[in-house]
Design a protein around this ligand. Sequence first.
Ligand code: HEC
Length: 159
Amino acid sequence: MQVHLVRFGVFIVMLSMVACTAPAPLTNPQGTPLPPVPTLDGTQVNRGRQVYQANCGSCHGAKAEGAPNWKKPDAQGNYPPPPHDDSGHTWHHSDRVLYEIMRDGFRDPLRPDAPLNMPAFGSKLSDADLRAVIVYFKSLWSREHREFQWERIVEDFSP
Ligand code: HEC
């Protein structure tokens, strides 16, 4: 009997070791499981990089590193172009929010008369180009930031 108990104990220890080494399934903060983060399509990443370099790099930096001092507003309270890599806050927003910022442009919502320093690209770039730029941004983010942004996407489209 005792031998069985010891064997059972060893089995449980081994089971918990396996459980600890397997990657934890992705959940939201409420513990609800999320679908896995989608892998990126290399063709879209390349297309997005080209669209980015031709239309956005002059303000946001050739490698999306942002303007120097991007955290400091100018005398009128306008912020310089932020980075889109891990050091910025682009990864805080769902794809829908990013798409709308690119399509419609962006100004501080609390200052509706501020100039539209982030221009609207809706009439200049196609839907596919805008989506490709978002995929390019994702290729710049760490696993952790991609998971964070994936949660925002899932939330955004949940009823
Ligand atoms: C003329 C300069 C300029 C160009 C060109 C430009 N942007 Fe911006 N962008 C800005 C500025 C300035 C801001 C910050 C606006 C603010 O916070 O008030 C901004 C903000 C953004 C944001 C919001 C980031 C965040 O975390 O809130 C996104 C996304 C963005 N730009 C994407 C793009 C993309 C994609 C392109 C090219 C298709 C582009 N921008 C081209 C100046 C520019």
